[in-house]
Design a protein around this ligand. Structure first.
Ligand SMILES: C[S@@+](CC[C@H](N)C(=O)[O-])C[C@H]1O[C@@H](n2cnc3c(N)ncnc32)[C@H](O)[C@@H]1O
Length: 354
């Protein structure tokens, strides 16, 4: 039999796709193992790779290469053959730091398991029970919020005259409650509430206690339960009800006239982006479903959600006046956000358009 001749279509293109993706996977696993092995806890001061090898119980040749790779990723600094944490890993990956994000890795690992078994994941139906899923999510979001937009959002809200004059404040889907805890600290005479699912409220209470706060909690489901009445401000950040017209109506009814609805949400462009990152993200969003919140087609969207312009129109028709719209990324270079993350500040007026 003749040897087949080399095809005209270059194999190299395919090999590049495989090699590049495998290389990212290797980096991910280096990161994961370095966290699992608590490497950054050992690198608060300079150590040799031999010392690290003993401390984390791996072969010296492997500790040498892992440290060299992490140096390239700027998570480790090298000086005279000794290694220590860089500023960023010392702050976020060392378990002794109050900013440590390692707990969030539990969620990432969960996601990775889903991807590693993608064939079965796609054929199956991974249903996440909202009551069990969100208590975990909010711990990760709490870590991100403190290192992300917490202080920018709190500054924005606390500088509003309506906030200075407010008496009753409600955060819906508040989870960790950090926004409300921080705002209540600035205005201690505020009667401030966090509304969330019963299992999440158990976690919220732990944060309230940890930070010696007087914030109160309301356990409920925003699709079916009432928020209560007579609030001067209702705040909502990144939650499944954020673009839902029925919930906006409930917010309107729960506010006093002149009260503010401040909502920070990811509003996707009406046209689906045609780039790989967006496609991967939308694909992943559809790998799982939630029991309470019915997901929409695209990342962070849910059934009944309105697009940004339609949502603003809906608020105006309800009787809100849109006072301002901010892009979260413009608030600070340190904010963790995308171009689609917006804060809407709307005031309840007496005039109903519908
Ligand atoms: C993505 S987290 C956002 C947490 C926090 N607001 C933030 O921005 O960091 C969504 C929040 O909405 C809450 N949530 C989801 N479904 C809910 C429901 N049906 N009723 C009440 N809260 C709900 C979750 O428990 C969670 O706290």
């Amino acid at each position: 039999m003749e040897l087949p001749k080399r095809p005209d279509v270059p194999y190299k293109e395919l090999e590049d796709i495989f090699e590049n993706s495998l290389s990212q996977l290797k980096i991910f696993h280096i990161l994961k193992s370095s966290i699992d092995l608590k490497l950054y806890d050992h690198l608060k001061d300079y150590k040799s790779f031999e010392e690290i090898s003993e401390l984390i119980n791996i072969k010296p040749i492997l500790s040498y290469y892992i440290l060299e790779i992490l140096t390239k990723l700027r998570l480790v600094e090298k000086n005279d053959e000794l290694y220590r944490n860089s500023e960023i890993s010392n702050l976020y990956l060392n378990n002794d730091s109050i900013y440590c994000i390692n707990k969030g890795f539990v969620l990432t690992t969960d996601k990775v398991n889903m991807w590693e078994d993608l064939t079965n994941t796609m054929k199956g139906d991974i249903k996440r029970n909202d009551n069990n899923h969100f208590p975990l999510i909010i711990q990760v979001m709490g870590e991100n919020t403190i290192s992300g937009d917490l202080y920018d959002v709190v500054d924005l809200i606390s500088n509003l005259n309506e906030f200075k004059d407010s008496k009753r404040f409600l955060e819906i889907g508040g989870g960790h409650g950090f926004y409300t805890i921080a705002l209540n600290r600035i205005k201690p005479d505020l009667e401030a509430f966090v509304f969330d699912l019963p299992n999440v409220i158990i976690e919220t209470k732990k944060y309230i206690e940890k930070y010696n706060s007087k914030v109160k909690t309301i356990a409920g489901d925003f699709y079916t339960d009432s928020f209560g009445k007579n609030f001067d401000i209702i705040f909502s950040s990144y939650n499944p009800s954020g673009k839902n017209p029925d919930i906006a109506k409930k917010v309107y009814e729960s506010l006093n006239i002149g009260g503010l609805f401040i909502t920070k949400q990811n509003f996707p462009n009406e046209k689906e982006e045609d780039n790989l990152e967006e496609l991967l993200s939308n694909f992943e969003w559809n790998l799982t479903s939630l029991t309470k919140s019915k997901k929409g087609k695209r990342t962070f969207t849910f059934k009944k959600d309105l697009f940004f312009k339609d949502y603003l129109l809906f608020l105006e028709n309800l009787g809100f006046e849109i006072l301002n719209v901010y892009n979260v990324i413009d608030l600070s270079p340190l904010a963790i956000a995308t171009i689609n993350d917006k804060i809407v500040v709307a005031k309840k007026t007496e005039i109903k358009n519908k």
